[in-house]
Design a protein around this ligand. Structure first.
Ligand code: TRP
Length: 351
């Protein structure tokens, strides 16, 4: 028996992953994977992506390979983590069905992330039921694998809270069956909410303010050079402000030498340190971080058949774990009427 604690997490395949995903959760996943102390499952959430893209499945088909390449590129290793596709595990849909009975419409309406998404997608009058209920299907994703830890971005906290409530309700109604999960967030506040290169909002594909893990070196440089700094820092010798200065925010997130960074901040605040110099420093740091990621991505890109094979094999492994949980859930509710041979499991009462 493997009694390592399970980690489950995933992403909707609606585009490539960016630096916000990287510092917000991907880095954490790789660190946890490499401790060897956990059993990690990483899910490409293509069914959840369909809940607001039902009219464009091609986008999801295209993106799911990009997201998988991003996973492999940052160092998620198929020998250590099970990477799988949500749509290949129909057991998750059945679990969702049972959990739907444990959640009220009013409770779903209070979910702040879903509320914000409804607004952002102008769904006020045309909200798909599947989208509205995705927090319940996410609870199925997490509990199907008995996950204890869920490394995610901060916006996913309401989903973990919803899952915990479902687990408590289920266990109190039907007996101890499901594991109550916890979110794992980065320690630093900046990494929890990395702003976009416009410095305004969180980095997000829909706002077009991202640096992508798959951006080539020139694109990254060009994006860094276009970043906002202190608008009052006009001449090099002017004193500058490091607060609300996106370039320094990024240095806080990516520069590991805090002594050098503090010196730069003091120099900038005093005056005499030009924006170009600070941007070049940030660019060097980002390129050094991204170069090995790009290299690994390029390797896997040459062999997409291998990438699909990783997804297929991962999905087969994941399916057997989810099927086991589903069977426990059906037994707990008391609807496992027949044993596996379709004979009676209850003294012939139901046959
Ligand atoms: N909601 C996540 C996202 O928007 C994707 C996701 C689906 C997920 N199921 C999950 C994340 C289970 C963590 C655990 O990207």
């Amino acid at each position: 028996m493997n009694d390592k604690k399970v980690i489950l997490t995933g992403d909707r395949p609606t585009g490539k992953l960016h630096l916000g995903h990287y510092v917000g959760t991907l880095k954490n996943r790789v660190v946890l994977q490499n401790t060897g102390e956990y059993t990690p499952y990483i899910m490409v959430a293509d069914l959840q992506a369909l809940t607001d893209n039902a009219n464009n499945p091609q986008k999801i088909r295209d993106s799911l390979i990009e997201v998988t390449l991003d996973y492999l590129a940052v160092g998620i290793e198929p020998t250590k983590s099970t990477i799988f596709l949500q749509s290949q595990i129909p057991e998750l849909a059945e679990l969702t069905m049972y959990y739907m009975n444990l959640v009220t419409v009013a409770r779903l309406q209070r979910n702040p992330t879903v509320k914000a998404e409804i607004k952002q997608k102008s769904f006020e009058k045309s909200l798909p039921v599947g989208f509205f209920t995705y927090p319940i299907s996410q609870a199925a994703d997490i509990t199907a694998f008995n996950a204890k830890y869920v490394p995610v971005g901060e916006d996913q906290l309401p989903m973990i809270e919803q899952t915990r409530e479902i687990v408590r309700t289920f266990n109190s109604l039907y007996g101890e069956t499901l594991v109550e999960p916890e979110a794992v967030l980065p320690d630093s506040e900046i990494c929890k909410r990395l702003p976009g290169i416009d410095g305004k909002e969180k980095m997000s594909k829909s706002l077009g303010n991202g640096i992508y893990l798959s951006d080539d070196a020139d694109t990254v440089t060009q994006k860094v050079m276009s970043m906002f700094t202190d608008p009052n820092h006009i001449k090099v010798e002017d004193p500058g402000n490091v607060e609300d200065n996106t370039v320094f925010t990024y240095l806080d997130a990516f520069c590991s030498d805090k002594v050098v960074l503090d010196e730069m901040k003091t120099h900038y605040t005093r005056g005499g340190l030009g924006d170009m110099k600070v941007k070049r420093c940030l660019n060097d740091i980002l390129q050094a971080e991204l170069e090995p990621i790009r290299k690994r991505r390029a390797e896997y890109e040459k062999n997409l058949a291998e990438v699909y094979k990783i997804l297929l094999e991962g999905s087969l492994r994941a399916k057997s774990v989810a099927a086991d949980t589903l069977s426990k859930v059906r037994k707990a509710i008391g609807i496992e009427y027949f044993d596996q041979n379709m004979g009676s499991s209850q003294g012939g009462r139901y046959v």
